[in-house]
Write a protein that binds this ligand. Structure first.
Ligand code: CO
Length: 134
C-alpha cells in the first residue's frame, strides 16, 4: 500500500525568514509561496531530488498548524507524506484496522492537486502522516 515518500513538511513561523535560510544557507531552489486557504496554510516546496521538503506557514485565524507553532515556536517537523496508489482503498484498510482518519474522513485536494488524507499521530508513533493519491 505504502509508496514513495512524497514530502517531509516543516512548520515555520515566518515563511520569508525560512525561505531565506533554505535559499541562502542551504542553496536550495524554492517554489513561489502558494496560499491554500482551505488547508489554512501557505506552502513552499523544495525539490531535493529523491523527495521534497514542504515549508508550512499558518494562514488565517484557525490554521491547523497554529497550535503546533505555539508548542514549537521556532518551527519543527510537522508531517511526512507517503504516496498510495488508491487513497480510498488505503483509507478503508486503515479504518478496518482501527486507525483514525482526521477530519471527516473524506480526501481533500492537496497542494499538488491530488486527494490527500491525514492519519492521527497517536496511531503512528507520534507522527502525523499524510497520504496522497499517486
Ligand atoms: Co503535506
Amino acid at each position: 500500500m505504502l509508496g514513495r515518500l512524497n514530502h517531509v513538511a516543516i512548520a515555520v513561523p515566518d515563511m520569508a525568514a525560512a525561505s531565506t535560510i533554505y535559499r541562502n544557507m542551504l542553496g536550495a531552489r524554492l517554489t513561489d509561496p502558494q496560499a491554500l486557504p482551505e488547508h489554512g496554510v501557505t506552502v513552499v516546496f523544495i525539490d531535493v531530488g529523491n523527495t521534497k521538503i514542504e515549508l508550512l506557514e499558518p494562514l488565517g485565524a484557525d490554521s491547523p498548524i497554529a497550535a503546533f507553532l505555539v508548542k514549537n515556536p521556532a518551527g519543527g517537523m510537522h508531517h511526512v507524506c507517503y504516496e498510495v496508489p488508491d487513497i480510498l482503498a488505503a483509507r478503508d484498510r486503515l479504518k478496518d484496522q482501527g486507525a483514525r482518519i482526521l477530519g471527516d474522513g473524506e480526501p481533500k485536494i492537496g497542494a499538488h492537486g491530488k486527494p490527500v488524507l491525514f492519519l492521527h499521530p497517536k496511531d503512528f508513533n507520534g507522527t502525523l502522516i499524510e497520504l496522497e493519491q499517486e
